[in-house]
Design a protein. Structure first.
Length: 121
């Protein structure tokens, strides 16, 4: 399972691909990076409505799986496809996209063993 937090840039309508398959695509972008990424995600079947309440400009977190498949076209050429299949969408927590990870701080004195430590070396 992978997660990504970004700003909702595009929210497409649901598309009925066949009688048994429907999908909905949307795009998230991360403006906090030096080189913003624009990433296409997809929802399928009964999950198509998961993005319904989000508005363009909202910050959302998606939980997704990276899927890949091979396909042979009618001319016999083999093609490969990847998709980012979303199974959960959440409103992002305030500041989650801009907050920096906290680095653990170590007190050098705490790394020095004391005579009371029961160390094998």
């Amino acid at each position: 399972m992978l997660t990504y937090t970004g700003i909702l840039k595009v929210k497409n309508a649901e598309v009925k691909v066949s009688e048994k398959f429907k999908k909905r695509e949307f795009v998230l972008t991360d403006n906090a990076q030096s080189y913003p990424q624009t990433i296409l995600f997809q929802l399928t079947q009964d999950r198509c409505s998961l993005i319904e309440n989000a508005k363009v400009g909202d910050e959302v977190t998606v939980h997704f799986l990276l899927k890949g498949r091979e396909w042979k076209n009618p001319q016999g050429e083999i093609k490969f496809f990847n998709s980012l299949d979303v199974f959960r969408v959440e409103a992002a927590r305030s500041g989650s996209n801009t907050a920096k990870a906290q680095e653990p701080s170590f007190n050098n004195e705490s790394l020095v063993p004391t005579p009371d430590d029961d160390l094998p070396f």
